[in-house]
Design a protein around this ligand. Structure first.
Ligand code: UFG
Length: 342
């Protein structure tokens, strides 16, 4: 069965392509390479032995999208990752985010409406919850006013999918990720941040390898046991496997609902300091860091209630924080020995 993966050359997309291929799916990638490298396609093939069909174009291009769907009438499902994802950048260029993230989604939904493809898995985020009133956060927790245009595009996308799926007889699942980190065990694919990383783990590994001078810990005055902010970090391979489970659920018509939402996390929250300690213990390196002020827009603490995803999807995240950090470090070491991806 053919599965289209948009953004399949990106961080979570590439790991999902690998898992899909290893489960016997025939994968087609659309990616404009705006935040990824063409060489990732070859690296996917090096892991699985299969080169995915690859189309390079921008999904906001309506004509290109239409042509793609006309020439691919036999898609079994779509996993839609392609989107801009930098929270800070979205604050200064909101329209760029709305245009890109919403136009591309609507072009895909239109393509699905016209073609026979009925199944859509969407890449959403726990950012839709803002700072939840109750922890762990459940899927039924209220979606709070967005803290960033990026987060707002995720909220709006979920609603666009919910209404479109109902009207056009589609089946859809939005997966709300907590904090994806780590890399494939082969160290052939992983996260490739452009420029200075925004996210904690690539900043940690780049500091340890000497690309960055020191890590800034954003805030130690939060209402948490050690004062630093708490997140639910999940290994990217665990996350990728959940996408295969979700697309199988749609294909097998396990649920009658046209739109479902699942949290993808481990259910455990770790503080920034705990993440640093874990990294130091698995890498054997001591990390140069300093405590700074809070980063504007950061929530204090968030972690997932995963019981619904565990029960309904029959999926559970398996990797520990130490395993996640070890794989992120292995990836950084592999990158430092190979300039092809920089
Ligand atoms: N942090 C630091 N120093 C850094 C980078 C991050 O202390 O250099 C801290 C942050 O303040 C936060 C934690 O590490 O407390 C995690 O930060 P990340 O930037 O790695 O992740 P966020 O939780 O801010 O963001 C992630 C995704 C977003 C998504 C958001 C939803 O990257 O796409 O979760 O909460 F919107």
């Amino acid at each position: 069965m053919k599965i289209l993966v948009t953004g399949g050359a990106g961080y979570i997309g590439s790991h999902t392509v690998v898992e899909l291929q290893q489960q016997g799916f025939d994968v087609i990638i659309i990616d404009n390479l705006s935040n990824s490298r063409a060489s990732v396609i070859g690296r996917i093939a090096a892991i699985t032995g299969i080169t995915p069909e690859f189309h390079r174009f921008d999904l906001t291009n309506r004509d290109a999208c239409r042509t793609f769907f006309e020439t691919h009438p036999d898609l079994g499902g779509i996993i839609h990752f392609a989107a801009f994802k930098a929270v800070g950048e979205s604050m200064s260029t909101p329209l760029k985010y709305y245009r890109n993230n919403l136009d591309s989604l609507m072009n895909i939904l239109e393509g699905m409406k016209e073609s026979g493809c009925r199944n859509l898995v969407f890449s959403s985020s726990c950012t839709v919850y803002g700072q939840p009133d109750e922890l762990p956060v459940k899927e039924t927790s209220p979606v709070k006013e967005a803290w960033s245009p990026y987060g707002n595009t995720k909220q709006m996308s979920e609603q666009i999918i919910r209404f479109s799926a109902k009207a056009h007889n589609l089946s859809s699942i939005a997966l709300r990720y907590f904090n994806p980190i780590g890399a494939h065990e082969s160290a052939l694919i992983g996260e490739l941040p452009l420029g200075v990383p925004n996210n904690l783990v690539p900043f940690i590994t780049q500091t340890a390898i000497g690309i960055r001078k020191e890590l800034s810990v954003f805030g130690d005055d939060y209402n948490t046991p050690d004062g630093t902010a708490i997140r639910d970090y999940i290994h990217v391979t665990d996350l990728a496997k959940a996408h295969v489970t979700a697309i199988n659920r749609l294909i097998r018509k396990t649920s009658e609902q046209s739109f479902e939402v699942f949290n993808l996390g481990t259910g455990h929250g770790y503080s920034v300091m705990e993440a640093i300690k874990s990294f130091e213990s698995v890498s054997g390196r001591s990390l140069n860091y300093k405590i700074c002020g809070r980063r504007p827009g950061d929530v204090e603490k968030v972690w997932a209630d995963t019981s619904y995803a565990n029960r309904e999807l029959g999926w559970k995240a398996e990797k520990t924080l130490d395993e996640m950090m070890a794989s992120a470090w292995k990836w950084e070491l592999a990158l430092s020995e190979n300039n092809e991806l920089h």
